[in-house]
Design a protein around this ligand. Structure first.
Ligand code: SF4
Length: 415
């Protein structure tokens, strides 16, 4: 009876929208807007409905991928207002990694169990299509089984323009060299009204769509993303989700959708943003929940970003519609240099712990969501840290002893 009273506080309008979503019907623009405006009992019911939808879509499995981010250059002149990563070539801390340096990072990643490397960089006008291909060829020569998830649509746009090839041919040329999937980043908000303020020199909505749909047509799957919590209005968020849904109905090429909260601390946009802060915890959970309810049944995988949210809020996202924790990353520069402070490395054992604490089953997956390992029983888990293992210890829940090396995760210390 008490529970009935709790749910009696949910407004009939919101209850009807959530019912429709749970019946598997597509939500309309006005319904998405109404859900973004929820508060109190309506907001709680919204998150709960998204959690139920996640169970319907994926059961209680929550996945992650063991991967390493590699940013091969931070030289970029595009000038996006939200970016704290880019440097001009003459700046002291600009860098441009050689193929050998990239391979060294791949070796380290593979030694630490990575099945994927995610490769992205700034848009360096001195680089061309051959530079992008050379990285793929170099990695595949040494690691033929390592999945390469690389090059945002902005980078594809740059390489394509330099190549002089038709777009489909250019993408196929990269696939032949070893490109496995493409990050659906550089999406921010897919509305030119917003893009012209955020990043006027970046590719516009039609070009992002052209690159992504052409990629899907040549068999190159991609993720899809949104960056929210800056100057956009709720209508832009809902329209963005509808566009992603439309593309997925057309191509079926998206592997997952990833809401990315704006990090405001160290970039130009954060300083002029009138609110003076990025998204709230409620905003983060609403984006996860709305993505689940608006994109189903066409996109089954909703990923949260632990880098942006932090591990604790990521756990709440698991209860608000997300079924994927993303990658272990091992190294992360783009969010960190905009001010994110949740670490660069979330090891697999931490992923498993966070997932289990929320009552779900951890799954290690491939980039394209094949199940690689199920971790049904903690007793069968691999050891947390193997003897002689050298890890990047910048991640959360690590400590450094006097000799500068941590060997034991804090949660394993018996008090
Ligand atoms: S977001 Fe990407 S394209 Fe924009 S300035 Fe930063 S590195 Fe360059």
């Amino acid at each position: 009876m008490m529970l009935e009273r709790l749910y009696a506080d949910v407004s009939p309008e919101v209850a009807a929208i959530l019912d429709r979503a749970l019946e598997g019907r597509e939500l309309e623009h006005a319904e998405g807007l109404r859900l973004l405006a929820t508060a109190g009992a309506d907001f709680q019911a919204f998150c709960r409905a998204a959690d139920v939808a996640r169970t319907q879509d994926n059961g209680d499995d929550v996945s992650f991928v063991v991967c390493r981010n590699i940013n091969f250059t931070n030289v970029c002149y595009v000038g996006c207002s939200f970016c704290g990563f880019a440097r001009h070539r003459d700046e002291e801390d600009s860098y441009d990694r050689t193929i050998e340096q990239i391979l060294e990072k791949c070796r380290d990643a593979v030694a630490r169990g990575a099945t994927e490397v995610c490769i992205q960089g700034g848009i360096d006008p001195q680089k061309d299509h051959k530079d992008y291909r050379d990285i793929l060829v170099g990695i595949k020569a040494e690691f033929p089984d390592l999945h390469i998830h690389a090059y945002s649509p902005e980078e594809i746009d740059h390489g394509h323009q330099k190549s002089g090839m038709p777009l489909g041919e250019y993408l196929g040329w990269l696939v032949d060299a070893g490109l496995g999937t493409m990050p659906g980043t550089a999406a921010e908000i897919l509305d030119d009204e917003v893009r012209k303020v955020l990043a006027p020199n970046k590719l516009m909505t039609a070009r992002w769509r052209e690159i992504v749909t052409t990629a899907h047509q040549v068999g190159l799957r991609s993720t899809a993303t949104i960056m929210y919590g800056h100057i956009e209005q709720p209508r832009h968020i809902v329209a963005h989700l509808k566009l992603i849904r439309e593309i997925q109905k057309e191509t079926g090429g998206f592997t997952e959708f990833v809401p990315l909260g704006f990090i405001h601390e160290k970039n130009a946009l954060g300083h002029v943003n009138i609110e003076g802060h990025g998204p709230s915890a409620a905003d983060d959970l609403k984006l996860i929940a709305l993505s689940r309810l608006m994109l189903r049944p066409h996109i089954r995988n909703i990923q949260m970003s632990w880098v942006k949210m932090g591990p604790k809020l990521a756990q709440m996202a698991i209860q608000s519609g997300a079924n994927d924790m993303g990658g272990t990353l091992m190294e992360e520069s783009i969010s960190r240099e905009s001010g994110a402070d949740h670490g660069e490395n979330l090891p697999a054992e931490e992923m498993r712990r966070l997932i289990r604490e929320m009552g779900r089953t951890p799954i290690e997956r491939s980039t394209s969501y094949e199940i690689l390992r199920r971790f049904d029983d903690p007793a069968n888990d691999p050891p947390s840290l193997e003897p002689g293992e050298e890890r990047d210890l910048a991640g959360p829940r690590r400590f450094r002893n006097e000799r500068g090396l941590a060997r034991v995760p804090i949660h394993q210390i018996q008090l």
